[in-house]
Design a protein around this ligand. Sequence first.
Ligand SMILES: [Zn+2]
Length: 861
Amino acid sequence: MVDWTPVTDALNLTQSECAQRASVVHAPVYAISIDLTHAADPTATTFTSHTTLIFDATGESTWLDLVADSIESATLNGQPIDTSGYDGARLPLEPLLPHNTVDITARCAFRNTGDGLHRFTDPQDNNTYLYTHFEPTDARRMFACFEQPDLKAQFEVSVTAPSDWQVRSNQPAVASPAQGDVTVTRFGRTPLMSTYLVALAAGPYATTSDLHVIERADGSRQEIALGLLCRQTMREYLDEQDIFTVTKQGLDFFDEHFGFPYPWGKYDQVFVPEYNIGAMENPGLVSWNENFLYRGGATKAQRGQRAEVILHEMSHMWFGDLATMQWWDGLWLKESFADLMGYQVAQAATDYPDGWVQLALGRKQWAYTEDQMPTTHPIVATIPDLEAARQNFDGISYAKGAATLKQLSTYVGTDQFFAGARAYFAEHAYGSTTLDDLLTAMEGASGEDLRDWARAWWQTSGPSHLTPVVTRDGDGAITALRIEQHGVDHVTGQGILRPHRFTVSLFALSDGSLQLLTDLPVTLTERSVALPEAVGLCADLIVLNAADETYAVTALDERSLATAGVALAQVTPDLTRAVAWSTLWGMVRDGGLSAATFADVFATQTISEPNPSILTVLAFLGAEAVGTYTPQADRPGQAARLLQVCLDQAARTAPGSDEHLIWVRGVAGLAALTDACSDEVAALATLEDLPTDLRWRLTNSLAATGSWSVADLDAQLAGDDTMTGRTAYAQAIASRPGRAVKEQVWKALTDGSPMSNDHRRALLAGYRQPFSAADTRADLPAYLDGLEKWWKTLGQTDAERMIAGLFPLVDVADGDLATHPVLTAVRAWLLEHQDAPSALYRTVQKALATAERSINAQSAY
Ligand SMILES: [Zn+2]
């Protein structure tokens, strides 16, 4: 029997109680004052937060959300509120009148976990900075509010801070009278928006600005002030020209295609360290993970990925910020749309034309992997409460959602798709929406009934599997080709058939040269479809879903597999080649193809790969194939073989060129798995002009194999004694092999000492270096013991990280799927803990499924 902490319960919010509150509370307006006068003093652990909240009510009572260390004063309509009912998260409000005013002064905590109001100090210059991250429900850590997305409000924010600081919020400042050392900055009142979108950045940030003017065909124009912020020691890496260019291209594209002028006035983007996610779409003040500022240079493929994130967040200014999901079960509605826009608009409107390639070969792997776990769910999920909501920021809501919207766009046509989006914004601007609202808009624009389509795609779980069934005559000509689909809904156990529209490409191999024979459009609505047009063709390679129009796990037939082994690099266009690689990778991931075969194709085909975006992903997958899906006994040999390929290619390309950097990235991944060639790897790690993050990757790998000593790591730190460098150094120290090191890392992670989110991530990454599974095996009992404790004592984000990161590494030599001692022990834990909080249970299930996948693939080796 486990005594679950009441704090978790108090922080949770359920859909039903929020729906009830929305029927009582109307038209809230907030005035929020935050005092950051002493924020730079490390002994100050809290700040003063004052909120005046005006709202109408049609009931007698409700509650306010506020996570504060203390409430200094609180009144409702001039009468003191009895705060004895405050449980650390909710403050009861009664009696309510038709019109109400609440005044609350509280002391709230500075955070170092990447949520609420996060504070950090740069060790290089001792400057202190702050930023907020509130999604889904951490606004209540900075001010008292009704924390649910459908209770949209207008916000007036003012901040008291040192006069030499930059202070930004969603709207431009309207007044900032200096009062000596401190200044009170007052920001304009926002349009209607949700609490999770309120944002603040404060500190001596370095800034730069620009102006974008949209000139429309009807003669109207709109000026949008652009700003970029980062900490001062990162200023030299702020690639403002590239970021501003993509930002302007995106604003023009969305203005034209969404038909609704940018609604939030200005567009600031702030780059911050210790950020839990990639970026966040706060209206007018997008916050960014600082890893997107590349220290010492980056390849075009990397900048392309940044462009996709710029456009993802920007599309949210309409899809998510302007029209917002009513409750968190509609999270996918904004995320899948933004994810699709990131790739599609990068392709259509910027100088980074690999958006579709990145979606096919990169992003969608996240979806395929998570959609085949027992924890998968329909895109339209039931989200009873916040703990469930937090878990659905996953590969289903983002990548699978984006992939299915791409299929919808293929199904109804791109023009109709955007026309539907325009109708949706026009109808629901500043409002709350559900799936039905989007479907109605898309049906109006396309003239199609989409209800069955939506049910098949969005209300079932698991991927469709598409398989080519081909027969050939003695000369190799196709005598029959059909495509079969099958799928099982992991939630209901029922078979699922979905409507698919996609292309099949057929290629012939002649004298070593691969030629496209034909592209066949396919509509598949039943269990199988015949392709009579293929009969008579001597096709050596058949690629399903060749333009990546649909979302499905596909396979290569035997002959196609053999052809891929000798001619995959010749497949054109790039998108079809990316799909062919994705197909191959899926077969390895799902245990249908040996990682050794993948390594063979990698060794012969990557060296002729012409597309840098594809090569960037492959450099990562090569290491993954060896590190995760190859048995430990064969790992050093396979790693050494592929490492040699990467080293040779790196030696053949000009230092500093994109190709060179991509191959060195491949080296860095593989060098963690073998101590072969360590002198050559070390020589790369000490190359001049290498991007700093890449130098640390190489350093980490040399540490992981024991090739470099602590003194070597110290020398690398001396060359980069920065906030980022110290984190990378901590990871390298934790990556070293041997039981003694892992014991130290375990202790540091679990002894309860305070630790920033970035530091925790670094230690976990080091702990999980797959050089030797034996190093972590002894921690299995402590792991099982720790699960409940971490869930109770850490926030959900950190607890989930610990559960995934401390899962012992598994090797097939210790047992197969049925007998492996780690797998059987965790399964037993799950059986014994079916009463555990569902989010904890699901996190453990996911970690187990990941290990099972690894053992399954190793068994197929
Ligand atoms: Zn998003």
